[in-house]
Design a protein around this ligand. Structure first.
Ligand SMILES: [Zn+2]
Length: 125
């Protein structure tokens, strides 16, 4: 992949990282801590609010892991290369999913693979 394009992806990933980190800090201060209230309805509302907050936090934590992985691959020079078949991942796919580790074909196979099948496939190759 072209160096200037990788740089663009890196900038985007870092911006996304900063944005998610900022969101997580904000959320940390507001929604997560448990508050006690006498009103049952209010308690219920807060419980579901908290559930949403926890789910968002989970998702953000996952995103951060993916982004960090992508940034590491940029550092190592393996960014945009499929971990399975070692072919270049299309720029279109990298634009849509800048932390993609696999090309579309391999991702598709992985998504539909039965556990253990990928291993067998790799050994046969
Ligand atoms: Zn592949």
């Amino acid at each position: 992949m072209d160096e200037t394009i990788v740089k663009t992806f890196e900038n985007n990933l870092r911006q996304l990282e900063a944005e998610i980190t900022r969101q997580m800090r904000k959320q940390d201060r507001t929604a997560i801590h448990i508050e006690r209230t006498a009103e049952e309805t209010e308690q219920l509302a807060m419980a579901s609010e908290r559930e949403v907050a926890v789910r968002t936090l989970d998702h953000n934590a996952y995103m951060l892991r993916e982004i960090h992985g992508a940034l590491t691959r940029i550092e190592e020079g393996s960014y945009g290369v499929c971990l399975e078949c070692e072919m270049q991942i299309s720029e279109r796919r990298m634009s849509a999913v800048p932390w993609a580790r696999h090309c579309l074909a391999c991702q598709d196979r992985l998504d539909h693979a039965v556990p253990g099948a990928m291993h067998a496939l790799r050994r046969a190759a």
